[in-house]
Design a protein around this ligand. Sequence first.
Ligand SMILES: [Fe+2]
Length: 285
Amino acid sequence: MNGVRTLGYLGIHSAQLDEWRRLGDLLGAEVVDRGAQRLDIRLDRREWRVRVEASDREDLAYAGWEVADDRDLDELVEKLGKLGHVFEEASEESARARQVERLVRGTDPDGNTVELFHSAAVSGSPFLSPHQVTFDTGLGAGHMVLWCGDVQAMLDFYRDALGLRVTDTIHLSQESIYFLRCNERHHSLALVGGRGEWALQHLMFEVDTVDAVGAAYERCLDSDLAQTTLGRHSNDGMFSFYAMAPGGYTIEYGHGGRHIDERTHQGASYVTTSWWGHRDLKASR
Ligand SMILES: [Fe+2]
């Protein structure tokens, strides 16, 4: 069976659509207004990659994991069912709203909404970045890091049920972070213990050059939205900085994340998240 191919899209709840519009623009994404209740953020030719929906919460609303086609989706849902995870076909109307051919919904052990889909809509209009940024989306929208109530149950679900693999681990004094991949991207998901009220620790978007990262960093500094300095991550080698997102979590913005070769990959454990940089400029939640 071919399981999950990419982390295809992300839904975000936010009370601060104006702030999201501003941040999306600073990061070089194309922000499309869909009335008072919704923003669609485009990173490529697809209709949307991040959907910000009006809410009184500031957190992940849903994550869309992408499979190739009907057959893979049917097989994955059957496997999930056998493992005791209830995933149900969404209505045609719901699939149409997400702009995908098919949509299946369930939850992970922490109660986060997990969506499985295939065949997202490709726009008739080209992607227009306000800063001529090209996002690397061939391996998905990016990655997300989730705080977990029960890390072991979450690992079991994403690894054994959804079919992701653990790439490596970072052990810090207070916590351990598990990095999981569903394709060559070093990780599309990372899990860390110690969940309080919120699930979302950060999101990451990757761009095609170091200069695109540097220029976005300057724009965020000038707008007082840089949360860290530039830096280089240890395990995935990402050159990046973090921007403040509305709600107090962060958006990592980087280039050069390591790709994994399944034939030669070896796991590893690290004791630091960054070789240099990523110094806090302001507090995040
Ligand atoms: Fe990250």
